[in-house]
Write a protein that binds this ligand. Structure first.
Ligand code: PMP
Length: 418
């Protein structure tokens, strides 16, 4: 018996949305024919070169060609993270950022180790949840909403010499707050505490250099690293590798010693196996990582800074407020809606103006704010489109705003900072 035909939304090459039923392709309806730009904090819009790479025939994971692509990706990743390949271990493993969180922690602690979590929101909570599976001794530093952690407070905690490992979320995607990883690394680097940086919403859009004293940093493919979702990536530094040799891994799939031998093999141009790598996705990632290095890290971060600044200028001019007080991220903005505005309707209206934003993520205040992702391919085009969509959606929801106010402020920012 034939199964019921499934309905699949697809995008034509001219970016019109269509619907495929069995082998019949038809447009969904008039409104969805319009192109919508994905501006959530990951997944994001990807370069066509990266997307096209996904459709090439799948290679053998042990072929010379694939091993060479994998090797380039590991080396480029190390460069992007500011790690030196000679005494660090890059990894690229099928999974999402959450796997990165696990890989980057459970290999460096024993059961019941004492750990410290800098918790700026949803993904700080996730670390606490993760650690609770392995140890009851979890302390947290919880800055108030919108604040980054004060490095002096970190120092006081680290000076107690009680913690085997500490985590910090470089940019918490739920709030758009950025922590000062450099200052924190200077503190932990002088202690026995290993520093693990969740760079899922930062790598490729924020300055990050493992040489600051970061022991492990990880990310995922789908955000500012510019490839579709499905890969957990990261680098473990020298101190972390030494610690890893001494602890009993608390997981099987996340046993970094096994993945370590894969990375080492690949870096020596030898096919190595633990779990089958996602060859198509690694090919796509290899292209986006090469693009990042072609652009240059400094130029790339400055572009992200500028586009984030232009978004904020527009939002400011519209009279809306941000969750972050000062420590604004380059990659994502969390913006409060005017009092009482229906966030679901606001988001749906924004889509009709051409931009897809994300809803709030912090439990108690989720309906009071929305999030704009601005990373990867972000350019002035998307900035203007986003601010235009926000103006339109605000107006549709009864907010008293002169259309063009935000656009003009963003445009001014872009021209003043060109
Ligand atoms: N950490 C941060 C800072 C994130 O933004 C995310 C994803 N939004 C994660 C961890 C988890 O990543 P994933 O959803 O890919 O598992």
């Amino acid at each position: 018996m034939r199964s019921k035909p499934r309905t699949i939304l697809l995008r034509y090459s001219d970016n019109k949305l269509g619907e495929s039923k069995g082998n019949v392709i038809k447009q969904v309806n008039d409104t969805s024919v319009m192109r919508k730009i994905l501006m959530i904090p990951g997944p994001i819009e990807y370069e066509s070169k990266v997307l096209n790479a996904m459709s090439l025939p799948t290679m053998s994971h042990s072929s010379k060609e694939f091993v060479s692509i994998f090797r380039d990706s590991l080396l480029d990743l190390s460069t992007i993270f500011g790690a030196s390949p000679s005494d660090s271990l890059p990894f690229i493993i099928s999974g999402s950022g959450t796997l990165g969180m696990e890989l980057s922690t459970v290999n460096f602690i024993n059961r019941n180790s004492k750990v410290l979590v800098v918790n700026n929101g949803y993904f700080g909570d996730r670390f606490v949840d993760l650690f609770s599976r392995f140890t009851a001794r979890v302390d947290q530093l919880k800055p108030s909403l919108g604040e980054s952690v004060d490095p002096r407070v970190v120092k006081e905690k680290i000076d107690t010499n009680e913690y085997e490992l500490m985590t910090v979320t470089h940019v918490d995607t739920s709030t758009g707050v950025r922590n000062d990883v450099k200052k924190i690394a200077e503190i932990t680097g002088k202690s026995e505490t290993l520093l693990v940086v969740d760079a899922v919403c930062a790598a490729g859009g924020e300055y990050l250099d493992m040489k600051w004293g970061v022991d492990v940093a990880f990310s995922a493919s789908q955000k500012a690293l510019g490839a579709p979702p499905g890969l957990a990536v990261g680098v473990a530094g020298k101190r972390a590798i030494e610690r890893m040799e001494k602890v009993q891994p608390l997981s099987f799939f996340s046993d970094l010693r096994k993945w370590n031998s894969v990375s080492r093999g690949v870096l020596e141009s030898k096919g190595s196996y633990f779990g089958t790598p996602n060859t198509n996705l690694i090919l796509a990632l290899s292209i986006s990582l090469a693009n990042i290095l072609d652009e240059g890290m400094d130029a790339r971060i400055r572009r992200h800074e500028k586009m984030a600044g232009a978004i904020r200028a527009g939002i400011d001019a519209l009279g809306l407020e941000f969750i972050p007080k000062k420590a604004f991220a380059n990659t994502v903005s969390a913006v409060y809606l005017p009092d009482g505005m229906d966030s679901k309707k606001f988001l749906a209206d924004s889509e009709n103006y051409g931009a897809v934003f994300a809803s709030g993520l912090i439990k108690d205040i989720a309906s009071t704010y929305f999030r704009i992702g601005h990373m990867g391919t972000i350019s002035a085009t998307e900035v203007m489109l986003a601010i235009g969509a926000i103006e339109g959606a605000l107006k549709s929801n009864g907010y008293n705003v002169k259309v063009g106010t935000g656009l003009s402020a963003s445009q001014e920012y872009l021209t003043e900072n060109s």
